[in-house]
Design a protein around this ligand. Sequence first.
Ligand SMILES: Nc1ncnc2c1ncn2[C@@H]1O[C@H](COP(=O)(O)OP(=O)(O)OP(=O)(O)O)[C@@H](O)[C@H]1O
Ligand SMILES: [Mg+2]
Length: 446
Amino acid sequence: MLLLFRCFVGSSEPSAAAARSSGSGSESGGSEKKAVRRMRSATARLRSLSLDDLSRALASSGLHAFTQAELSAATRGLSSSNFIGEGGFGPVYKGFLDERLRPGEIEPQHVAVKYLDADGPQGHREWLAEVVYLGMLKHPHLVKLIGYGCQDEQRMLVYEYMARGSLEHHLFKNLLSTLPWCTRLKIAVGAAKGLAFLHEADTPVIYRDFKASNILLDSDYTAKLSDFGLAKEGPQGDDTHVTTRVMGTHGYAAPEYILTGHLTAKSDVYSFGVVLLELLSGRRSVDKRRRGREQHLVDWARPYLRHTERLHRVMDPCLDGQYSAKAAHKAAMLAYNCLHSVPKSRPTMRDVVDALQPLLAMCSDVPAGPFVYTVPPESEDNGKADDDEAVAAAAAARKKCLASAVHSHAEGDHRTFANQRCASSVAGHRSSSASSSPKESRDRGA
Ligand SMILES: Nc1ncnc2c1ncn2[C@@H]1O[C@H](COP(=O)(O)OP(=O)(O)OP(=O)(O)O)[C@@H](O)[C@H]1O
Ligand SMILES: [Mg+2]
């Protein structure tokens, strides 16, 4: 724990002094308390925890403090072949902690190492929030923070490696395969459980940056939330909301939060509704390459969600109709409620989990059988002007999905639900997500 505190001493900005102090190992209990106080004021997010609570939580967090040399060895000197991607915090590398690193202390394992980009939009504050929150909060649907690095100006975060990357990648960037319906449901349930856990914690936490790129998937598609840089303590006592600078990502943030800066757990519920809609539709929350109203998924999809007979317009053509229409309708209604313009009328995340979980059981009810493509009925004339484009898009989507089937078959298909099918109508009124837009900008402070 002493090592953890050293990084926080005088660390509202990274400083060489902090790094120098990291070798001493001689802090008294008094300076520990001072460090904790600084850490609390630096994050301004842990006001309701007593010093003792905080000390105990961090002491039992089991986080490891890594040196730069250790992380360099783990990532093979930040080799380009280990590079995974880059977000607002900085570049991320795959690494391996082998048995020689800390014999008896750390299990050999793959990790993802995030390096703070000193010239990027995020900084020490986000790093600190991540260490504090993920050091204290443990849950099967939160990504596990294994440790951190803090040396000179460098700030690093070391996470369990999530073998399948982000939901964003699978929904919008993976041209070779499409997430099957029940895998999408499994992901929605997992992510909802992660949010419910945060909202129900002794000191409730508002996540504030719920979006497809922050939902990471392990080898069996278990969803885990990552990135707590924007997380914030929920309102205390009689307060109904926290007032804060508007942060988050364009397309996911709740409208009342953008307008007023009033943050509640229901802001996360709205963002969950947006992601649920992305899972149903295979469309991005904001896609500037689409026409008019279709650029904003929520505005475009909302009118279709409550009507069973119109829902097919929203459903992802890449699903090729292989979903339970009943489950899809229930999920769509849930998304509709999460997206309610009045925050109080939105369900809690516990309600969401309770509504979604039973839908998983419907996966086994879906009969296996040949895929049937049903042309949308003539009477549905909305969007008819798009027909040529829609047919081409649907054909492209089917081609993509065929490629997916071949691909997954060749791999022995780890997707548990791939063969569960149901005949349902498929609307082709969209362009394929195979041609989804480049990564939208992370609009922090939007
Ligand atoms: N624990 C992890 N295991 C595997 N891949 C990860 C892990 N953490 C992050 N990644 C990947 O690293 C890349 C960058 O992630 P990062 O969270 O920094 O940015 P982002 O989510 O894309 O954007 P934002 O800054 O808005 O969160 C993404 O491709 C992400 O999937
Ligand atoms: Mg992220």
